[in-house]
Design a protein around this ligand. Structure first.
Ligand SMILES: [Zn+2]
Length: 319
């Protein structure tokens, strides 16, 4: 494992973010620019290269002293071959050998990892999962992603597709999801699910507070939380329902993995205890006594940095 700084690049649907990370896991240079995916693959890859070079310039580290590049992106990724399949928000990106394309341009060893796996690794190395050997990571935002650290290693499964913790059925009578499942955790407990339930309540004229929020702008998990905090019973019921299904999912992870910690991150967790405490409590009640009594439920510590710090650590280990 190298002690030299590495480059980490987060390829998102709207933004490319490149950072330089030192061996202590500190970000010492950063560059952010729009992805503008509509301009096509080679333009975007060129932009990733430019962003990486700009971040290095900001860091003041000579390019020749860098050890490796780690790239993280949403979607299905073949880690061993560095290929990205079906990138959401990047039309036409399928089976792109992204690691190789960047390796040719930046002339450094380059790895590619799924964003949820990278975030799990970041929280394990530098955040709320430090000191564990068995950790489950879950990110609850518009979708629900996951990553698994088992026996002190990132667990990728046979094809690199493991850890899709959001796509496990928790209500067979729930709505279908575009993942192919019915009533999966993502469709029952994500930010999108909370917003859907809020819109249904407005359509059924069940909540004046939510109807008011819908008229003045966006109706997302944030507005539902505000209405719940102000005492709206329908908003409280929606959050309780989402928390219930999250808790059912967490109980399953406790029984399957017997983790030392389950770290939960993502935008929806900003709601805080009103959403998370009932989910954690239900998971403890439902899971087997022994693993439920030892598991630590924690809120992610590196919000917004977990992906780049995680993929930087993976790149450093591979260099
Ligand atoms: Zn799903």
């Amino acid at each position: 494992m190298s002690e030299s700084p590495v480059i980490a690049i987060d390829l998102g649907g709207t933004k490319i973010r490149a950072v330089v990370v030192n061996a202590a896991g500190e970000i010492i240079g950063e560059d952010v620019r729009p992805t503008e995916g509509g301009e096509g693959q080679s333009v975007v890859i060129g932009r990733m290269v430019d962003s990486a070079r700009a971040a290095v310039a900001v860091s003041g580290v000579p390019f020749s002293s860098l050890a490796a590049v780690g790239v993280t992106a949403p979607g299905t990724i073949d880690f061993d071959r560095g290929i990205i399949y079906q990138a959401p928000n990047l039309r036409g990106w399928d089976a792109v050998p992204l690691a190789e394309r960047l390796r040719e341009r930046l002339e450094l060893p380059t790895i590619l990892e799924n964003d949820a796996n990278a975030a799990a690794y970041g929280e394990w190395q530098h955040g709320a999962g430090q000191g564990t050997r068995h950790m489950v990571y879950l990110t609850v935002s518009t979708g629900i992603g996951g990553g698994l650290i088992l026996n002190g290693q990132l667990y990728r499964g046979a094809d690199g597709a493991a850890g899709e913790l959001g796509h496990v059925t928790v209500d067979e009578s729930g709505p279908p999801h575009n993942c192919g499942m019915i009533g999966c955790i993502e469709v029952m407990a994500s930010g999108t699910a909370i917003a859907r339930m809020a819109h249904e309540a407005v359509a059924a004229e069940r909540s004046e507070a939510l109807a008011h929020a819908a008229v003045s702008g966006e109706l997302s998990a944030h507005e539902v939380d505000q209405a719940a905090a102000a005492g709206d019973p329908v908003a409280q019921e929606i959050l309780a329902r989402a928390a219930h299904y999250l808790g059912v999912g967490l109980a399953g992870y406790v029984n399957i993995f017997n983790p030392q910690a389950i770290v939960v991150g993502g935008g929806v967790t900003r709601i805080g205890a009103r959403f998370l405490s009932p989910a954690f409590e239900l998971a403890r009640q439902r899971a087997f006594h022994l693993p439920a009594s030892t598991v630590r439920f924690a809120v992610a510590a590196l919000e917004g940095r977990a992906e780049v710090l995680g993929v930087a650590a993976l790149a450093r280990e591979s260099a």
